[in-house]
Design a protein around this ligand. Sequence first.
Ligand SMILES: [Zn+2]
Length: 236
Amino acid sequence: MATELLYLRDAYLRSFEASVVAIDEVANRVALDVTAFYPTGGGQANDTGTLAGAAVTDVRKEGEHVWHTLAGTLPAVGSRVTGDIDWDRRHALMRTHTALHVLCGVIWNQWRVPVTGGNMEPLAARMDFEFDPLPEGFGPNVERLVNAELAAARPIEVVFLPRETAVEDEDLIRTKVSMIPDSVTEIRVVDIVGLDKQADGGTHVRTTDEVGRVRVIKTENKGKGNKRIRLEVVDA
Ligand SMILES: [Zn+2]
């Protein structure tokens, strides 16, 4: 049975109960029927916290199961366990992930340039865009534009769309929604209302002002049509 991913519908769930469905003694990890722990993926780092009293040091999705690596004794298959997310880390990742979507929206609106990749840690991230070359004064300009959108307190809505609907949506087409495998019949969409809409499996804050502010740390030339932006997220 596939692990139900509770964070997809409620990113603010910090504590949950679950049943152990499988254990892996070699890697000292457990799979659950449901989880609020985010597994590494989509550029977002995994959650940490505690499960059945043991520290959770890594979370990975493999096939249909989410595996939680524990720094302690494994609970038995079939037992009920309580999980608690390290909320400071998770909320920092939510702020950072939303900041990156705001950055994508701003860059698309201003320069019509798509994103090519990215990665985030709590309150720090890098993102690559198809610029060639970077516009004059880009760093300070993009920082000012992003911070204006964050301060505007735009709501962020998470909706689930049938695949047929999602692939017809113009905003989603530009973010390459068609690349999602055909086997996915329902597509989760994160909509920063009026700014950026993407098919996305990550966790986000409720309004953009919850992010705080961003600081562009540096921009780097990673080759033709590939420019990297490094930023950090700070309190407003
Ligand atoms: Zn995302």
